[in-house]
Design a protein around this ligand. Structure first.
Ligand code: ASP
Length: 322
C-alpha cells in the first residue's frame, strides 16, 4: 500500500469511526455515594475485609490493600502470597500492583520472601519516585520499610512442585488453581476508585518470568473519571493486548463494563492463530456510575461483589464458541 492509499484508507476509516463514535461515557449517577468492591474469583473473605473499610467511610486504597492482604496471608490459596506455587526451580516469586484515584501507581515484580506484595507496591507508589521495583531491589526496599522475610513455599506447594517435576510438562491449564490472581477494584464514599492486583504468577513458570499482574495497563488500570479494570488468567495474553487499559478506554467510549470486558476478550480470541481454547483469561470492571461487569474466555470464571446488597459471588459471562 503506498502512502496515498494508506492516507485515503485511514482517512475513510477514521471518518467511519467518527460517524460511529456516538457513545461516550457520562456520569449519570452523580451522587451514588454507594461504596462497592469487586474482585476476581470467589474471595468473599477478601471482599468482606475491603467492605469493612468502605462501609466505615474508609478510602478505596486502604480497602484494596487490606482486601488483597487477606488472600496473600491465606496459605491455602496457591496463586497468591504465602503458599503460592513456585517457579520451575522452586522459587515463590510475587508480582503486585496498586493504583489510586489520582492515577498514581506502584508495583513490585519478582519479589521473594515477603508475602504482602500489595503493601510493598503501595509503598513504592507512596515513598519512592518510581513505579516499579524488581527482585532484590524490591526486597531490599521492603526490608528497609520494616517488613520481615519469611519462607513462602509451604509444604503443600513444595510437594505439588516436586510431583510436577517428575513430569515437567508445562502446559497452561484452564481455570485451575494456577490461575487465581486476586484483582480488586473499589469505589469509596467519595466516589474515588482504586484497584490492586497480587499474584504468585503462573505455576512452574520459567525463572524470571513476570506476568501481566504488576504491569499497569495490562493487569490493572484505573481512571477515576471513567472506571477501572483488572485481569486474571494467562498473563502473556493480557500483556499482548494491554487488556485493562483497553477496557477503561472502551468504557470511556460508552461501553458498559461487561461489553468492554467482552471486547477485550474478543481481542485475544480473534488474534490470528489464537489457541484460546487452551487457556483462560478473565476480566472484571467497574465504571464511575458503580456499574460492574465481567467476561472470560472459558466457563468457570467468577467475580465476588460486596455492596449494600451483600457479599456475593457472581458467575461470569464467557465466550461461547468453545
Ligand atoms: N495473571 C497471572 C499471571 O499471568 C496469573 C493468574 O491470573 O493467576 O501471572
Amino acid at each position: 500500500m503506498d502512502r496515498r492509499s494508506f492516507i485515503k484508507r485511514t482517512g475513510v476509516a477514521s471518518l467511519g469511526i467518527g460517524l460511529n463514535y456516538h457513545k461516550t461515557f457520562s456520569v449519570t449517577k452523580n451522587n451514588i455515594s454507594n461504596p462497592l468492591v469487586i474482585a476476581t474469583w470467589n474471595v468473599k473473605n477478601a471482599t468482606e475485609k475491603a467492605w469493612q473499610i468502605l462501609s466505615k467511610k474508609g478510602n478505596s486504597l486502604d480497602a484494596i490493600e487490606q482486601g488483597c492482604m487477606v488472600e496473600e496471608s491465606n496459605e491455602q490459596g496457591q496463586s497468591v502470597g504465602i503458599g503460592g506455587l513456585p517457579d520451575r526451580d522452586g522459587n515463590v516469586t510475587l508480582d503486585a500492583c496498586i493504583m489510586n484515584h489520582k492515577g498514581d501507581c506502584g508495583s513490585v515484580v519478582y519479589l521473594k520472601n515477603i508475602k504482602h506484595a500489595i503493601s510493598i507496591a503501595r509503598l513504592v507508589m507512596e515513598k519512592t519516585p518510581h513505579v516499579i521495583l524488581a527482585g532484590d531491589g524490591a526486597k531490599k526496599f521492603a526490608l528497609s520499610m520494616g517488613f520481615k522475610e519469611e519462607n513462602l513455599l509451604t509444604e503443600k506447594s513444595k510437594t505439588d512442585w516436586i510431583n510436577w517435576k517428575k513430569k515437567e510438562k508445562y502446559k497452561p491449564i484452564i481455570n485451575i488453581e494456577n490461575h487465581d490472581t486476586i484483582g480488586m477494584l473499589a469505589i469509596d464514599k467519595n466516589n474515588n476508585i482504586s484497584g490492586g492486583c497480587t499474584t504468585s504468577g503462573l505455576a512452574y513458570k520459567m525463572q524470571g518470568r513476570v506476568g501481566d499482574s504488576p504491569i499497569i495497563g495490562s493487569g490493572l488500570y484505573i481512571d477515576n473519571e471513567i472506571g477501572g479494570a483488572v485481569a486474571t488468567g494467562l498473563g502473556e495474553e493480557v500483556l499482548k493486548t494491554v487488556g485493562s487499559f483497553l477496557i477503561v478506554e472502551l468504557m470511556r467510549q460508552g461501553y458498559s463494563p461487561t461489553e468492554a470486558c467482552k471486547i477485550a476478550i474478543q481481542r485475544i480470541v480473534n488474534k490470528p492463530g489464537s489457541n484460546y481454547k487452551n487457556f483462560q483469561v478473565g476480566y472484571i470492571a467497574v465504571n464511575k456510575n458503580g456499574d460492574t461487569g465481567s467476561y472470560a474466555i472459558q466457563k468457570g470464571f467468577s467475580m465476588t461483589k460486596y455492596d449494600k446488597n451483600g457479599n456475593k459471588n457472581i458467575s461470569s459471562l464467557f465466550f461461547e464458541k468453545i
